[in-house]
Structures are given as C-alpha cells and as structure tokens.
Ligand binder design. Sequence first.
Ligand code: MV4
Length: 450
Amino acid sequence: MFNKVLVANRGEVAVRIIRALREMGIASVAVYSEADRENLHVMLADEAICIGPAASTESYLNMEAIISAAVATGAEAIHPGYGFLSENAKFADLCSVCNIKFIGPKANIIEQMGNKSEAKNTMRKAGIPTVPGTDEAIYDVENALKKAKEIGFPIMIKASLGGGGRGMRVAENESVFSDMFKAAQLEAKKGFGDDSMYLEKYIVDPKHVEVQILADSYGNVIHLGERDCSLQRRHQKVMEEAPCNAINDELRKKLGETAVRAAKSVNYENAGTIEFLLDKDGSFYFMEMNTRIQVEHPVTELITGVDMIKEQIRIAAGEELSYRQEDIVLSGHAIECRINAEDPEKKFRPSPGQIKEINLPGGNGIRVDTHIYNGYTVPPYYDSMLLKLLVHGKDREEAISKLKSALGELVVEGVDTNIDFAYDIVSNEDYINGSVNTGFIEKHFPEYIK
Ligand code: MV4
C-alpha cells in the first residue's frame, strides 16, 4: 500500500479523499491555489503545497506544478478526484512517466472513452447496445442530411468530442436539420477544435441511468447497481438517487451485467461509470463512460456500504477488489441533492462570497459532504457547489421525507443558494411519485430554464 498520496483537487472531493487516506493510515498531501489558502482540504491534509495563482489553468490544471509537488513531498500516487485533471490522458501518462501512480484507469482508456463517438463504436463492437445512428464521422452537411433521412427524424446531432450536452442539437425534421447541423458543428469546432460529428435517433425524455463499476488490475469487475441522474438542469445534475425506481431486479441484473461486459471489453481498471439512456419501453443504450470517481458516488456508497474511494486506492496499489459480485447487496434508497452558491432567480449565476451563517442537518440517515464552514469565503474561480446533502432511507418515500426535512434544517447565509429550489422539487407531486425523466425541470419549472 502507498505511504503517501497527493490529492490533486479542492473542495468537498479533496476533503472526502483526505479522510479516506487518513482512515487507511496513508499520509495525504493537499495542493491549493492562492485563492484556496483557507480551504478545508488544506487544513485537513498532513501537508499542503501551493501550486499557483487562483486561475485553475495555472493551479489545479497545472500538470507540471502538481507533479513537482508530488516529487517534492515524496507522494507515490495522485488522486485526481473529479473534474480538473481527472480525465486528462496526458496527465495520467505524465504521472506514469514520472513513476507516480495515477489513481484511475490507464491513459489510453481515458483517451478512448473521452472521444464519445469512438467510445460508442468500441462498445457497439463489444456487443453493448447503442442508440441507432451513424458509425463513421461526418463532416459535411449534405452527407449528414442523407444519413439523417435514413435513420429517420427526430435526430440527435452530436459532436465526437462532445459529451455533457456540448456540441449537441435535436433536429425535429428535415427542414431544420441543415441549420442545426451547422450550428452544432461550429460549436464543436470552437469548443474542442474538432468538427467531427455523428448522428443518432433521438430518444424522447429518457431516463439517465448510470451503472457504477469497480475493476481491479487482475480482471475482476463488479457493479454496484445503478443511479438515476435524470434530474438535470442544462446538463447539470441537480439530484441523483439509487436505485432507479423504473428498474426491476431483472432489468437491473441485465444493466449491471452489460456494464461489467463493457468495462471488461476495454480491460478497464479502477472505478468507472457506464451511462445509459433508458427509454420508456425498458430498452437501454450505452451513452458515455466516465473514467473517474463522480460527484454522486456517495448515493451508491449509502445503498451498498462500499467505500468507493478506498476501493480506488486499493486497486491503484495493486490489490484485489475487497468484494465479489455476490457480496454486493443493495439496501434501502439514497438521494443526493447538490447545493450550490448560485441564484436561481438570476439564471443560476454563481454567487460567491463569505458564508455568514451555517447550519448543517444531521441525524439518522443523513450525510453531508462539504468543505464549507462558518466564515469561509466561496471564491469566484471554481465550481459553485457548496455541499452535497445525502439521505438514506428504507425506501424512496422515506428518503424523500428525510431529504425534505433535512433541506428544511439546512441554513447557508451570505451567498445565494438553490436550497429553496431543491425544496420545491422534492415537494413536487411528479417527483414524489417517481415520474422523473431528463425533461422534468423544463416541464415543471419552465421559468427556471430560460
Ligand atoms: C441523447 C438524448 C436523446 N437521444 N441521445 C445529453 C448529454 C449526453 N450525455 C447525452 N445526452 C442526451 N443524449 C439521444 N440519441 C438525450 C440526451 C439528454 C440528456 C441525457 C442525460 C441526462 C440529461 C439529458 C438532458 C437532455 C438530453
């Protein structure tokens, strides 16, 4: 096992990882930008090194500075958390060149899964169900229109390097297709410097269901069930839950086995997520593979009892998984609600500032993952997430009542937050009866979408 690990991240996920390291008896090294001197992760780590100015391009994305910090402190491994360098193949490669273990999959897998059309083709060839569509890159609009007519409308236009909704358009019919294609392609060219596109049949109001997998370096792969992450606003997840209420045990087994097969087909190693679109008729399609630990991993931890960060660290250290598939038993229902410093009344624009008053809920079945404290100043430079409020109940109904009660106790003053917006969502009748798909917020809260 490692003696010392560097955490190349900030905020709640850095805190989460440092705690896991401490529990495992591993020394932790925090890195921080000049804007994060007062961050909790800096205080909790055994050592902390400033890696640059506030701008993330010069600090949390500064590969040389981070590698240097690891070398200077004698850290044997780097945990990248989520975001920042977590899915950067070049960084994973640089770590291995410098003889530092990157806690994540191999660089070539990050690269392969980072290209969404390549990932889709890889999975299709491995026999994983994918949305019907084109399987070769398209660059010109005439060819695209020809292919679109073959597939049939409505069509989803996607950028090969897209993902998370960028470079994506829905074309309802032939007459709008060409303009939509050009717009998506221009966005892709500007956003990723690549104008390679692909087309898919458009699935109307699907559920976004993702399966958590763990894979060790001996070829053992298990799944930890699914999460329903359908509740999103502009491709930002708002709440996630597990298990998905639209999935029965038979479908769950099929999805889980499919996800394991997908991971095995690319010799995957470490924690990963296979995202599927779930259609109303129960058919599901591979969307993307996330090659990192995700924000919402704690909902899976709550219903399985598995500490996923510790498993990641063990896997990276060359140990075998601590669990076999038959050891994984799903228990109860968990929901995560992301609380951000943002103003829902002003298009959710970030609301940095000093926290003047805070009350975190607690009690049976409540978990709060956060780095904020009374007097902490939320800097304007990074993601605006303040905390993750998680609840675990015996069933969905109990989880919802816990979440409602906990949101009622939660106080964060000094910055604007989405606490009231979250409360409105969990009070919504369709949310309560489980009628949630990716169109939920647009349908029930259209005033917040504009
Ligand atoms: C789709 C789709 C419908 N049909 N693909 C959005 C981001 C990327 N992960 C894929 N996305 C979608 N792809 C086809 N063929 C609908 C979405 C989608 C979506 C997916 C997951 C969660 C929220 C979403 C919100 C809008 C659209």
